[in-house]
Ligand binder design. Structure first.
Ligand code: SAH
Length: 267
């Protein structure tokens, strides 16, 4: 009887689009300025293409992979690194990872990953808002997400401001779909967020700022003032706008980062 070998293809539900172009992988590692002193967290090592380049730079890598079928291949490929504790391979959903249990310390590690796009928003939120923040994040994201994060069209969004309050985002390069297998239905971009910290929050909390942001962007066509008046009384709001020197007829997308700060501090 013929032995049938089950060959499992990439899994769509896990957002598996493996990088096939070595130059793109190198570009990511260079962008993150990875050195041998670095501790890197990689989400979704997949078949280990990016992982390998991170390890070659001498860094210590924590790689978190949800798909258990990929674990044996990774264990085999990197057995030496695992033995030497340069690679810590963890089979888990990234959303269930407790950074404290990995013994990571605030600002002392970097996130580098070709992420599964279905959890892009969660990844931004989880790691930017975390008490144990990374010093930088270098990510492959969907092209439109990359453009929106840096506000390429000059219009801010809840996404761009939510990132900029924590760090400095840069769109490094567009990466076309042909650099992945299987090719996704969208093009991608490498972005990096550097200088991550929480210095922005002085005189108001993260929670307070995000409440204002969410409400301020709730109806895009309305003025910011009108959006915010659903949670703050008109009189108080007028005072705050005056104090922050912000015109009443401005839309959320036209407010700069420092104006958001002034407004949050005045409310
Ligand atoms: N880094 C590899 C693979 C990127 S594809 C490369 O560049 O080629 C995305 C990877 O994330 C896949 O390996 C997928 O199995 C994994 N993944 C998907 N959802 C995940 C989750 N919730 N937590 C951790 N890994 C996940």
């Amino acid at each position: 009887m013929l032995k049938t070998r089950i060959k499992r293809g990439p899994k769509k539900q896990f957002g598996q689009n493996f990088l096939t172009n070595k130059n793109v992988v190198k570009r990511m590692v260079e962008t993150a300025s990875v050195t041998k002193e670095d501790t890197i967290l990689e989400i979704g090592p997949g078949k280990g293409t990016l992982t390998e380049n991170l390890l070659l730079s001498g860094a210590t890598v924590y790689a978190i992979e949800k798909d258990r079928d990929l674990i044996p291949g990774l264990k085999e490929k990197f057995s030496e690194y695992i033995k030497n504790k340069k690679l810590i391979l963890i089979e888990k959903d990234i959303r269930d990872i407790n950074l404290k249990s990995l013994k990571l310390k605030t600002g002392s590690w970097k996130l580098v990953a070709n992420i599964p796009y279905y959890i892009t928003g969660e990844i931004f939120r989880t790691f930017l808002e975390n008490k144990i923040q990374p010093s930088s994040m270098t990510l492959m994201v969907q092209k439109e997400v990359g453009q929106r994060v840096v506000a390429r069209d000059g219009k801010e969004s809840i996404l761009s401001i939510s990132v900029k309050v924590y760090g400095k985002p840069t769109l490094v390069s567009y990466i076309s779909r042909g650099n992945f297998f299987p090719a996704p239905n969208v093009d991608s971009a490498i972005i990096t967020i550097t200088n991550i910290n929480k210095d922005f929050f002085k005189g108001f909390s993260e929670k307070e700022l995000f409440e204002i942001l969410k409400t301020g962007f709730a109806h895009k066509r309305k003025f910011l003032f009108s959006n915010l008046s659903s949670i703050i009384s008109g009189e108080k709001l007028q005072k705050a706008f005056r104090k922050a020197n912000i015109p009443l007829n401005i839309r959320g997308e036209d407010l700069s980062l420092s104006q958001w700060r002034d407004l949050a501090a005045s409310i």
